[in-house]
Design a protein around this ligand. Structure first.
Ligand code: 5GP
Length: 145
């Protein structure tokens, strides 16, 4: 995959947006969908993806969509902080396979950090069950309410 390959509508996040693959959502509006990462690098690891665009990376994102999308990334980051009270938050966003991107629909990772808990490796996590993810999702949803 190069940085300039065409958008593949069969990618996992496009399937989640169409509702043909499940996810554990925490937030959705016309601009963005946020849901729990199933291979979390930390408790409460959330992904925020833009809707209504076919953007593989930040380079493809129409300028008019970028601002509203990043505002919703901030909305969700604030809710993660309020709901889970971590000591820090890591936001990551990879562009292209050599940079670490594995799913080719633009997304930002929001990863809570606690001082005494090591960060899991990107792309190397253990698959979490819905029962494990839901308690964190519900605290983030409550913070958004
Ligand atoms: P990337 O490596 O492209 O920056 O991030 C893709 C992220 O999507 C990874 O953190 C990975 O754990 C997550 N992921 C991969 N497949 C699925 C899935 O089917 N559902 C969810 N919720 N997350 C996924």
């Amino acid at each position: 995959m190069t940085l300039h390959a065409p958008y593949d509508p069969g990618n996992i996040f496009a399937q989640i947006l169409r509702g043909t693959l499940p996810c554990i959502p925490v937030y959705e509006d016309d601009v963005a969908l946020a849901f729990m990462d199933v291979f979390p690098q930390a408790d409460g690891h959330v992904l925020v993806i833009p809707k209504q665009v076919e953007a593989r990376t930040i380079l493809d994102m129409p300028e008019t969509h970028l601002g509203p999308y990043m505002q919703q990334v901030q909305t969700v980051a604030r809710a993660v902080e309020k709901g889970l009270t971590p000591d820090g938050l890591v936001l990551t966003q990879f562009n292209g396979a050599p940079a670490g991107q594995t799913v080719f629909h633009l997304h930002v990772h929001i990863i809570p950090r606690w001082s005494d808990v090591p960060l899991g490796r990107h792309g190397d996590g253990k698959m979490a069950t819905p029962d494990q993810l839901e308690p964190f999702a519900s605290r983030i949803r409550a913070a958004l309410a």
